[in-house]
Ligand binder design. Structure first.
Ligand code: FRU
Length: 530
């Protein structure tokens, strides 16, 4: 999709949301409310009402996780963007807070990041009470709508002196002016220890541009990355550059995330990653990584259709663990029409990202955060079982699968296909698994419930190539009312998809043809409801 089209897209959505606002009234709203609450996840963040897209400005400070988000408080479709706000102490319970950033004379508030200015480089706080600085894109929709100029996105800052709860816009905004680039947005800032300076990565057309600053207030251009590398079928958005230790090694590598819409492996929005080095000026992809990338384009953070625009938390560092990431659990192909009306969209589970180097080269792995196990109550564990044909793993009434985590190991993949099926009393089925002949994972949500709100939602099963070579397959999946997050091969391949079943799934079976298969370490955990 060209950049021009992308801006038309925003214009169209503004129109739709304007009309949705005009047409909505409390009666039509309440008609949906009771029923649609059945889709609301228990422990993935959702706004209490109205529209949400990208996670923004995430940081961890004094034991609290802060999540801001693209929010239209006036309707349940995309529209004039604000930064909504939510906090959590445990990544499971989220509390929605008052809106953090409102549109101003420079425009609405698009995506961006936040940092804790510990050294008071900006002079806006103090070292005893560091300012939290949010860096975001101002989108001047009036200018965009006129269609006469393309420089309607600029970067601005706001600061908070009370740990992220209330904000003041910086008087000299914007801090990065638009040099004449149509899509110029989503600043992600981090502290670059080696040179004692801040680095910003910014999506600029089909590239990422890097800027540096000593004080977060004045920025200079450093370099660009991305021409001819990776996927360019859509607009580049929401970049994030971070350093990761290579697991089991004493080296580190830089990883660049870039979200792209459309162009995802299964259609619509998705996030690609690049592994390389950053010297304080330029990011260069490892040559082996790049050639592998050109051969098999399997460098997607998540192959499911519903994990977009995710970035990492700042001020959360744990050398051994890696970084903490969270994405928006939807896809621009249908985000505005999914069958909830009072509220729209959920975030993914927060995930730890780690880097490994194995026979496939560098791979970014995603894992449920370590705190996670604390929220599960053990329901069922079995060291070893043998399964064939249709084996019931969870029978009706034994485990509440609407919020559950299942993990298991398929010991020797010697059949053609292994399909896990979640089923309910309405005859709805959500299937996923591995097609051994094709060396491919899949999710098929075509019979999972409501699907006809969009032509692309379940037009074909989503697939992901398997990169791990082992004959054993480690699987973990997490269900939360409307979402399935599957982590294969310890998170080397991830698939996240949403669904809208009319009733909760109650049984889980594994279907396979041919030989029996040994399942080891089967563990089914119900997620505690409070
Ligand atoms: C990504 C995105 C960003 C933009 C925001 C607008 O989903 O398009 O590039 O800042 O959403 O809401």
């Amino acid at each position: 999709m060209s950049t021009i089209k992308h801006s038309f897209f925003f214009a169209l959505i503004i129109f739709l949301s304007f009309n949705a606002c005009k047409n909505s009234n409390t009666n039509s709203m309440s008609k949906f409310t009771a029923d649609e609450e059945k889709h609301r996840p228990l422990f993935h963040f959702t706004p209490s009402q109205h529209w949400m897209n990208d996670p923004n400005g995430m940081f961890f400070y004094k034991g609290v996780y802060h999540l801001y988000f693209q929010h239209n408080p006036g309707a349940s479709v995309w529209g004039p963007m604000h930064w909504g706000h939510a906090t959590s102490k445990d990544l499971k319970h989220w509390e929605e807070r008052p809106i953090a950033l409102f549109p101003d004379e420079l425009g609405t508030i698009f995506s961006g990041s936040a940092v804790v200015d510990h050294k008071n480089t900006s002079g806006l706080g103090s070292s005893e009470n560091p300012a939290i600085i949010a860096i975001y894109t101002n989108h001047d929709s009036e200018k965009a709508d006129k269609g006469e100029a393309i420089d309607f996105q600029t970067q601005s800052i706001a600061y908070s002196l009370d740990e992220g709860f209330t904000w003041t816009k910086y008087a000299e905004n914007p801090v990065v002016k638009n040099p004449g680039i149509l899509d110029f947005r989503d600043p992600k800032v981090f502290w670059y220890e080696t040179d004692q300076k801040w680095i910003m990565s910014l999506a600029a057309g089909q590239e990422i541009q890097f800027f540096e600053s000593k004080n977060l207030l004045s920025w200079s251009y450093l370099s660009s990355f991305g021409e001819g590398i990776g996927n360019h079928e859509g607009v580049w958005e929401c970049p994030d550059l971070f350093l990761l230790p290579v697991q089991g090694d004493d080296t580190t590598k830089w990883v660049q995330l870039v979200s792209i819409n459309p162009g995802g492996p299964n259609g619509g929005s998705a996030t690609q990653y690049f592994v390389g080095d950053f010297d304080g000026k330029e990011f260069k992809v490892d040559p082996e990584f790049q050639s592998a990338m050109e051969e098999e384009h399997s460098y997607w953070l998540d192959f499911g259709k519903d994990n977009y625009a995710g970035v990492t938390f700042s001020n959360w560092s744990n050398e051994a663990k890696g970084v903490l990431y969270l994405g928006w659990m939807s896809n621009w192909e249908y985000a505005n029409v999914v069958p909830t009306t009072k509220w729209r969209s959920a975030m993914t589970l927060a995930r730890e990202l780690e880097l490994v180097e194995n026979q496939n080269g560098f791979r970014l792995r995603s894992k449920a955060p370590s705190e996670w196990e604390a929220y599960t109550s053990k329901v069922f564990e079995k060291e070893s079982i043998s399964a064939e044909n249709k084996t019931l793993l969870v029978e009706k009434g034994s485990v509440d699968l609407s919020a559950a985590q299942v993990s298991l190991n398929l010991v020797d993949l010697n059949n053609k296909k292994y399909t896990f099926q979640l089923e309910n009393t309405m005859g709805e089925v959500l299937s996923f698994g591995i097609d051994q002949e094709k060396n491919q994972f899949f999710i098929d949500r075509s019979k999972s419930g409501e699907t006809n709100f969009s032509e692309t939602f379940s037009i074909k099963p989503s697939i992901a190539p398997r990169t791990a070579k082992s004959t054993a397959l480690d699987i973990q999946f997490i269900l939360d009312k409307m979402s399935l997050e599957v982590f294969y091969d310890k998170g080397e391949t991830v698939m996240t998809e949403i669904f809208f079943s009319q009733a909760p799934f109650e049984t889980l079976r594994l279907n396979t043809t041919g030989n029996s298969i040994k399942i080891e370490d089967l563990q089914i955990l119900e997620l505690s409801k409070n």
